[in-house]
Write a protein that binds this ligand. Sequence first.
Ligand code: ZN
Ligand code: ZN
Length: 191
Amino acid sequence: MLFTHDTEVSLHAAVALVNTMAGSTPGDDDVDRLATPEELDTFVATWSWTGDRAGGMAARERELAAVRALRPQLRRLWSLAEDDAVDAVNGLLREGRALPQLVRHDAWDYHLHATPPQAPLATRMAVEAAMAMVDVIRAGELDRLRECEADDCDDVLVDLSKNRSRRFCEGGCGNRSNVAAYRARRSATTA
Ligand SMILES: [Zn+2]
Ligand SMILES: [Zn+2]
């Protein structure tokens, strides 16, 4: 394992959050997959986010808006050189008033939380992603953050493979490009 388990989970969650933005996965018709409080509920459940959630219609809409606004901030990390990524990560930690604490809860053994469970969801998401980025940058592994190599895809990925071989996002681009290569080979041989 390249990083600690909680760091790797946080990186995958950050990737998933960024990739909910419209125009990323090909074939999704530019649909934003984090458009309603219910979709946010599903995302939170899928990634086992714990901690407090907003209650009441208006507060839930505000919570959603804050999480949506976080996405382009995290997306930037995929395009920044190291020094600029450091500035961005430090900014997220500062704004989120990060205070790292070892905690143990639910089925999880000791890991880091740098925000209390009462902090707004978007703040906790921002700080968790930033804390994971701290590990990535300290290890000199920023180049593990990549954009999908499929022509028509803007999705991001984090390559945690041993041989740094991941090229495509998890939206099916790897399969699509295999199929495209197969078709190209076939038409080359039949031509
Ligand atoms: Zn936790
Ligand atoms: Zn892709």
